[in-house]
Write a protein that binds this ligand. Structure first.
Ligand SMILES: [Zn+2]
Length: 500
């Protein structure tokens, strides 16, 4: 393989305009498969969730799964699509070992949902991604290549095939060409997949886990010289399996294609593989044209004709969608656009909302998650949601702060204890003896001692330099090993010095 030549991203963007297209496959979380009654549980022993229908044995007949059709209609509605009144399944014919029927039941020229859109935001700029179609199909099985270093077929000793996944309901969401994104193209692609994942998750129809393959993305990229009116030839990078990889795959293809075009070469229409380790793509197979699949209407299934009443019933079940939810909490919590974006990017929206639901005020909940707990998540190299602390526990700590049983410093020690597995907030407070000194007599004694020990500072305060009291408060906090209520200590100091 020759060393791929690339043009620097910034230079490529000066010369060329990227055009993107994203095809996203989402496995629905139905209990049974698309056309048979087999279970769909992830991670079962290979070939234990199969039957004559999903193995394509002669004489077996498929029956469409109503729950799956409901799921795709909900996705279509959430994406602002039109749900057509009548459409059919189609056979997509091709041979591949992980597809036991030698054809996939899909939809071709008659998709169920058409003409939608999804708005995504990058650095405060809104991009409207047009959705061409959302159609229903079935997943293939899985090949496992054994003996090679990369898990790919090249270099493998032999291959095994697992048909448990064959026939699981799969929804394919295809965008129209996404243009005019300029140097934001990689970020727009990532933001789109992120938003789509949030949207589908909110509908409860799939767990949309990229690492388990229940959301998979194919990334189409082409370049056209600036000022040109015709689009270039596109490549399709298959099964990019993380959000970061979506961004990197777009960037890498822009850099590679720009270099090819700059050198007078032509872009070949092909599929490409993305490599996590290098962040680059390599050539796969030449891309089939639709005619290669010999599509024809599926003769074993009746057409789908969802009644308008049913569609409206499903529309009425849609939950609050992520974009509307973000606008709502932004208003309720009084956040600026930038603050909201930080919360979303930190993955803290759900956590803060649950903490508020458990009784904390929004400002305090946001403060703990975005500062102290974010810092600890970064230290541990985990996502915020992976920290071993529940929103209700954060709310409990804040309740104690509000009741002046803890100050912020002690609260941080409580978080430390909870994260270290020492138990819930109350247990940590009890075990570590972290209550604030609320005994007025004990606090007054500390204050008097501090005033005596710092006579010069005390005199300044008496003389009207109230700001100097801060040093005395600090001394009280130190003397109480952080367990005094700083606000009350300050009041007592000023009272004792006759300036309150
Ligand atoms: Zn089956």
């Amino acid at each position: 393989m020759s060393t791929p030549t690339v043009m620097k991203f910034d230079e490529a963007l000066v010369r060329f305009e990227p055009v993107l297209g994203l095809e996203t496959h989402i496995e629905l979380g139905t209990a049974s498969k698309m056309f048979c009654g087999c279970p769909t549980e992830f991670g079962a022993e290979p070939n234990t969730q199969v039957c004559p229908v999903c193995l394509g044995l002669p004489g077996s007949l498929p029956v469409a799964n109503r729950a799956a059709i409901e799921g795709i209609i909900k996705i279509g509605l959430a994406l602002n699509c039109e749900i057509v009144e009548w459409c059919r399944f189609a056979r997509k014919n091709y041979f591949y070992p992980d597809m036991p029927k030698n054809y996939q039941i899909s939809q071709y020229d008659e998709p169920l949902c058409v003409d939608g859109h999804l708005e995504v935001e990058v650095d405060g700029e809104v991009f409207r991604v047009e959705i061409e179609r959302v159609h229903m199909e079935e997943d293939t099985g899985k090949s496992l290549h054994v003996g090679g270093a990369t898990g790919r077929i090249h270099g493998a000793d032999h291959s095994l095939v697992d048909y448990n996944r064959a026939g699981i309901p799969l929804v394919e969401i295809v965008t129209k060409p996404i243009t005019a994104t300029g140097d934001k193209a990689p970020l727009v692609a990532r933001a789109y997949v992120t938003e789509l994942r949030e949207l589908v998750r909110s509908l409860g129809v799939s767990d949309v886990r990229m690492e388990q393959g229940s959301l998979r993305c194919d990334v189409n990229v082409s370049l056209m010289p600036r000022g040109a009116s015709e689009w270039g030839t596109r490549t399709e990078t298959k099964n990019v399996n993380s959000l970061r990889s979506v961004e990197r795959a777009v960037r890498s293809e822009i850099e590679r294609q720009a270099a090819v075009l700059d050198g007078g070469g032509k872009i070949v229409q092909e599929t490409r593989h993305f490599h996590e380790d290098t962040g680059t793509t390599t050539s796969g197979r030449s891309k089939e044209e639709a005619q290669d699949y010999r599509y024809f209407p599926e003769p074993d299934l009746v057409p789908m004709a969802p009644s308008r009443e049913w569609v409206e019933e499903l529309r009425a079940t849609l939950p609050e969608l992520p974009a509307a939810r973000r606008r709502r909490v932004q208003g309720e919590w009084g956040l600026s656009d930038l603050e909201l974006r930080d919360v979303v990017n930190a993955g803290a929206l759900d956590l803060i909302e649950e903490t508020v639901a458990a009784g904390a005020d929004a400002g305090a909940a946001r403060k703990w998650w975005m500062n102290e707990l974010s810092r600890r998540a970064t230290e541990k190299g985990v996502e915020l949601a992976e920290l071993p602390i529940e929103p209700a526990q954060v709310a409990r700590v804040q309740e104690m702060v509000a009741a002046r049983e803890l100050n912020d410093k002690l609260a941080r020690q409580v978080f430390e204890g909870v994260l270290a597995g020492e138990g819930g907030p109350d247990e940590v407070v009890a075990a570590r003896g972290l209550r604030i000194v609320s005994d007025e007599g004990a606090l007054t004694a500390i204050v008097d001692r501090v005033i005596a020990d710092n006579a010069a500072v005390a005199d300044k305060v008496r003389g009207g330099k109230v700001a100097a009291a801060g040093a005395l408060v600090g001394a009280v906090m130190k003397a109480s090993r952080g367990q005094a209520d700083a606000g009350r200590a300050r009041e007592l100091i000023l009272e004792r010095l006759g300036v309150s």
